[in-house]
Design a protein around this ligand. Structure first.
Ligand SMILES: Cc1ncc(COP(=O)(O)O)c(C=O)c1O
Length: 427
């Protein structure tokens, strides 16, 4: 007899989710290498329970997860440094390779302090908690990632500003009773749109409120050198007080870093439980990240980014005529198609699967109710014909469902930024 099920009624919770088409399961998905060109296959194809599918549901934006030079570097690192790091960074986990990676990230960001984490999720939690420890008020974009939201709700004063709305943020900053920090994302993970960095930096200046930027979906893939949103939006890193980048998206690996003033990172080393009490990521991963940065900074990285950019434009052109109110479009690899109703979304996703296409099906609570969406990600491993095939199938599937009553009306929340959380906040 399951004690948990009986006492806490988890079974009923799951049944209820299933009824609402909100039950989630982790699909077992294997990468399929293209024998002709294994290094360039990235996450283009996925083997799933429904067979091999063209994969538009990964964050492997540059296709680096299968890059031979990175795989070789990791193999060499594994031979040289062993499998695990053996300890947390304050004990013996921090190796010379980690230090080399930190030095490289210091050079990229111009920040004196860099910390490495095993995941972007824990990096964000650690950062949010650090400011809670300092009794800072938190000004958080309403659509920020769960890793920031989770900790934020424990903040002494939480003010969530309307998505990307600098005017609303200013209103909140004006009436703030004490010091705080602004936190947002460079590229929003579920919408693909970008924070208005210049406006936020000017508010930072005016209200002397530090800015923390989670650039999980920008680092490596945006900007002339691939240095992320500060590179793409031409703000530089200088006035971004804390920059968080991940190795798990464009670098094709896993792990993350936070860069800031030395003073702040030293404070984290001494107080952050996520940093102190967690085993350092293996050295071979740091070796892989160094190689990924070589590629990103070189001509190959520039070519991959330019190919991806061309694919994004091509896909958007092909989608223009299809329910434009559902395809807000973005300049980044993340292309959401807002469906609204979760049941309808799952029908569309199933039809696409039958046509050989895998997309992300994003439902509440990841996005607000009424804004369930296909999250489509293009990557540099895709080819032009893949983007065309996707657009053609989307047209067919949505037209078919429209005829059956999907209707042309916009979803209840046309843009999820308009949605309010049902949790209390300090507005
Ligand atoms: C905006 C954002 N921040 C942080 C994370 C967490 O990063 P990681 O997957 O490395 O834990 C994600 C993950 O998808 C994300 O989308």
């Amino acid at each position: 007899m399951s004690l948990i099920k009986n006492i806490f009624h988890t079974g009923e919770i799951l049944k209820d989710l299933e009824k609402q088409e909100l039950l989630r399961k982790c699909p077992v998905t294997a990468r399929i290498r293209d024998n002709q060109d294994p290094g360039k296959s990235g996450s283009r194809f996925a083997m799933t329970g429904s067979g091999p599918l063209l994969n538009f549901a990964s964050n492997d934006y540059l296709g680096l997860s299968t890059h031979p030079a990175i795989i070789r570097a990791i193999g060499e690192g594994l031979e040289k440094y062993g499998a695990g790091s053996g300890a947390s960074p304050l004990v013996t986990g921090l190796s010379p390779v980690h230090e080399e990676l930190m030095e490289r990230l210091r050079a990229i960001t111009g920040k004196e302090g860099v910390l490495l984490f095993s995941a972007g999720f824990s990096a964000n939690q650690a950062l949010m908690k650090a400011f809670m420890t300092l009794n800072a008020g938190l000004f958080l974009d309403r659509l920020s990632h769960a890793s920031m939201q989770d900790m934020a709700f424990y903040a002494k004063r939480l003010s969530r500003f309307r998505h990307n709305d600098a005017a609303h943020l200013e209103k909140l900053l004006r009436k703030a009773p004490g010091p705080g920090v602004i936190a947002t994302e460079g590229v929003f993970s579920m919408d693909g749109d970008q924070a208005p960095l210049k406006k936020l930096l000017s508010l930072r200046e005016q209200y002397r409120t530090p800015l923390i930027l989670d650039d999980a979906h920008g680092f490596g893939v945006l900007g002339r050198q691939g240095y992320g949103s500060p590179d793409f939006q031409e703000t530089g890193f200088q006035n971004i007080d804390v920059y968080m980048g991940t190795f798990s998206k464009a670098l094709g690996l896993s792990g993350a870093f936070a860069a800031g003033d030395r003073d702040f990172t030293d404070f984290m080393v001494n107080t952050s439980r996520e940093y102190i009490y967690s085993t350092m990521a293996p050295a071979f991963l740091a070796q892989g990240a160094l190689k990924a940065l070589d590629i990103i900074e070189g001509s190959e990285g520039a070519e991959l980014r330019s190919h991806l950019k061309a694919l994004v434009s091509r896909f958007q052109n092909a989608m223009k005529s299809l329910l434009p109110e559902r395809c807000p479009g973005s300049e980044t690899a993340i292309q959401p198609i807002i469906i609204g109703d979760a049941g309808m979304l799952m029908r569309i996703a199933r039809e696409l699967k039958t046509a050989g296409i895998l997309t992300g099906s994003i439902r509440p609570p990841t996005v607000p109710r009424g804004s369930a969406r296909l999250r489509i990600t293009l990557t540099a491993a895709h080819r032009e014909e893949d983007a065309d095939f996707l657009a053609e199938k989307l047209h067919q599937v949505i037209r078919k469902l429209q005829q059956e009553g999907l209707g042309g009306q916009a979803p209840a929340e046309q843009h999820p930024g308009a949605a309010l959380s049902d949790r209390e906040e300090n507005l």
